[in-house]
Design a protein around this ligand. Structure first.
Ligand SMILES: Nc1ncnc2c1ncn2[C@@H]1O[C@H](COP(=O)(O)OP(=O)(O)OP(=O)(O)O)[C@@H](O)[C@H]1O
Ligand SMILES: [Mg+2]
Length: 299
C-alpha cells in the first residue's frame, strides 16, 4: 500500500521571496507503508539548540527519513549512529539545509535552531550555513594557502577585524597552529590527512558558527590523528555544539554526551530508534535493536 502525505502536510520550505530554496521536487512524495512507531523523544534536554520535530525527507519518491524528532543540547556532543544507509548523513545535512542543494529533495516537519524553524519561508539558507558549519568525511581544503583556507569564509562574510588574528585564533582552537604557524602561505593540500581535517575544522569555526556538524570526520584518519580530532572535539564543545556522525562505536562512546541510534526498515526509510545519554545507550539500551547494533550483531 502506498500512503499519501497527511492532511496539511506540505513540501518544505515554502517559496520565500528572493531566497534560493529547496526545490519542491517532481513526483508526489509517499508516506512509508508501515505506520511508524513514534520514537522516544528525549525530554531531558530543557534548552535545546536544535529541535527536530517529526521530520520527514524524500529523495524524489524515496522516503529517506520518517518522523525524526530529536533535541540537540547546547555545548555538548551528540553522536548519530546506525548502519550504512539509515539516513545519518541525510539527517545531518538537513540541520544546515545542505540538502537544499539537491534539486529533487523535499522535506516536511520542522527543524528549529534557537527556536526558529530554519525551513520557514524567509530564512536564508546561506545564513543558516554560516551559523551551522560542516566538516566532511574526507578532508577537503581548498587548493589555496593555509591562511586563505581559514580566512575564506570570514572574507566572504565581510569580516572587518584583523584577519591574521582571526586565522591564528581559529588555527589555535583547531590545535593546528603550532604545526603550521611558520608556513601559512603554503598550500593546504601539502598537509597530512589529519592536519587537513584540522584545517577544515579551523575553516569551519573561523566564521564563528554556533553548531558544527561533522560527518564521519575521522574515517580517513589513522588512530593518532583520530585521537587528536577527538581531543579537539571535546575542547570545542566548550564553545560550540557538535553533532557527529560516526560508524565507530568506541568513538561515539568516547566523545559524545548523547547518542541517537537510527535504523532503516525493510522499506529503507530511516527512523530514529532510540536517543539518550551516551552512557544510557551503551550500558542499558531500551530497544533490542539498539542493543543488537551496539553489540555488533548487525550493521
Ligand atoms: N542524493 C541522493 N539521492 C537519492 N538517494 C539518496 C541520496 N543520498 C542518499 N540517498 C539514499 O538515502 C538513504 C540514506 O542515505 P545516507 O547517506 O543518509 O545514509 P547514511 O546513514 O549516512 O549511510 P553511510 O553510513 O553509508 O554514510 C540511502 O538509502 C541512500 O541511498
Ligand atoms: Mg553517511
Amino acid at each position: 500500500m502506498v500512503g499519501t502525505i497527511p492532511e496539511g502536510a506540505r513540501p518544505l520550505p515554502q517559496k520565500a521571496p528572493g531566497a534560493p530554496l529547496m526545490s519542491s521536487g517532481t513526483g508526489t512524495p509517499i508516506a512509508s507503508p508501515a505506520p511508524a512507531a513514534k520514537p522516544p523523544i528525549d525530554v531531558d534536554v530543557p534548552d535545546p539548540i536544535v529541535e527536530i520535530r517529526d521530520f520527514d525527507l524524500w529523495y524524489g519518491k524515496f522516503q529517506a527519513l520518517e518522523g525524526v524528532s530529536l533535541r540537540v543540547p547546547r555545548n555538548q556532543i551528540t553522536a548519530l549512529i546506525g548502519p550504512s544507509g539509515c539516513g545519518k548523513t541525510t539527517l545531518l545535512r538537513s540541520i544546515n539545509r545542505m540538502n537544499d542543494l539537491i534539486p529533487y529533495v523535499r522535506a516536511r516537519g520542522e527543524i528549529a535552531v534557537d527556536g526558529r524553524n530554519i525551513y520557514d519561508p524567509g530564512v536564508d539558507p546561506v545564513e543558516v550555513r554560516r551559523v551551522i558549519g560542516m566538516v566532511f568525511q574526507k578532508p577537503n581544503p581548498f587548493p589555496k594557502s593555509i591562511h586563505q583556507n581559514v580566512a575564506f569564509g570570514a572574507r566572504i562574510n565581510g569580516y572587518r577585524g584583523d584577519i591574521d588574528e582571526l586565522v591564528e585564533r581559529a588555527l589555535k582552537q583547531a590545535a593546528l597552529w603550532e604545526e603550521v604557524s611558520d608556513k601559512l602561505s603554503e598550500s593546504g593540500l601539502t598537509l597530512s590527512g589529519g592536519q587537513q581535517q584540522r584545517l577544515c575544522i579551523a575553516r569551519a569555526i573561523a566564521v564563528s558558527p554556533d553548531i558544527v556538524l561533522m560527518d564521519e570526520p575521522c574515517s580517513a584518519l589513522d588512530p593518532i590523528a583520530t585521537q587528536r580530532i577527538e581531543d579537539l572535539m571535546r575542547r570545542l564543545a566548550e564553545d560550540y555544539t557538535i553533532v557527529i556522525v560516526t560508524h565507530n562505536m568506541q568513538q561515539a562512546a568516547r566523545v559524545s554526551d548523547r547518542t541517537a541510534f537510527m535504523l532503516a526498515g525493510d522499506d529503507r526509510t530511516g527512523r530514529l530508534i532510540e536517543y539518550g545519554t551516551t552512557d544510557q545507550i551503551f550500558s542499558t539500551p531500551r530497544d533490542e535493536r539498539t542493543e543488537a547494533y551496539i553489540t555488533g550483531r548487525f550493521g
